[in-house]
Design a protein around this ligand. Sequence first.
Ligand code: TYD
Length: 138
Amino acid sequence: MTIDDVKIVELPKITDPRGNLSFIEQLNHIPFEIKRTYWIYDVPGGENRGGHAFKKNEEFIVALSGAFDVIVDDGGQKKVFTLNRSYYGLYVPAGLWREMDNFSTNSLALEFGSIHYDETDYIRDYVLFLKMKHNGEI
Ligand code: TYD
């Protein structure tokens, strides 16, 4: 996988004078079956999250509120995706290093995963990530 496999997905937006509505369907807007949903909130100013890669887990990230950056790195190239609208999502395949930073006050990051939580799926050491990428192990 490379950063070219990371995709911004525009979600449906039903505009309405009473308030807008968006939605997400698995295997439609999200290209995998959702096994897990979690969210990140109350991030103090200047903090960053998610410095790791996954061996198998695919992700879909939405800025439900506020804004933040997702930095994706395939071991060769890095790209920054700014999420700041609740009707856009970012698909991040497995095998890529990713970090999140620049969280705005009261931002809310909603994340969907393709597998249940499994610490053995994480690669938390960047040097190990580069090595595994180089060897074609991820
Ligand atoms: P982690 O994925 O490292 O957070 P981030 O990528 O946002 O920096 O998870 C932080 C902690 O939360 C870690 O101890 C594992 C735990 N955790 C779960 O128990 N279940 C989950 O679904 C997730 C995402 C994390």
